[in-house]
Design a protein around this ligand. Structure first.
Ligand SMILES: [Zn+2]
Length: 147
């Protein structure tokens, strides 16, 4: 028997990075001209909103709120998704103002408008690798800041 060293790899490069606080943060782009925010980050320096070449790379706080969510019961067609089913999927509005699609950790059950934060978790295993993705889960601190 040989001991195999498992590695963790991201499901896609460039979605998030570890910051100085030791936590993963999603990477995005912000237009310095019009303020538009994009996720994932744009690899070309071109704003889809105002058409200027004035994008800067930003990291998101990783916090936001659930706009909508649904349960996905079956493996999506196309074979690109290798994670487990069923899973919860939805739209999260980040505090920076951009809406992104993401899987949601639905335990305890999430509801619309609930505060969530981003975490990096294992999506599936592939040979010697744990393939990681980001998801959102309920924010732990929920003290009196609901409007
Ligand atoms: Zn712009």
């Amino acid at each position: 028997m040989t001991t195999i060293e498992r590695k963790t790899i991201p499901v896609m490069d460039g979605l998030w990075q570890l910051e100085t606080d030791g936590k993963p943060h999603l990477l995005g782009s912000r237009c310095e001209a019009c303020g538009e925010v994009f996720f994932p980050r744009k690899t070309l320096n071109f704003c889809m909103n105002c058409h200027k070449e004035s994008l800067e790379e930003i990291t998101f706080s990783g916090k936001g709120r659930v706009l909508m969510l649904t349960k996905v019961e079956r493996q999506p067609a196309g074979g690109f998704y290798k994670g487990a089913v069923p899973y919860t999927y939805g739209i999260v509005q980040l505090d920076e103002g951009v809406n992104i699609f993401s899987q949601l950790i639905d335990e305890p059950a999430l509801s619309n408008d609930e505060r969530v934060e981003m975490v990096v978790v294992k999506l599936y295993e592939e040979e010697d690798n744990d393939v990681m993705t980001f998801k959102f889960k309920a924010e732990i601190i929920r003290e009196g800041d609901k409007g």
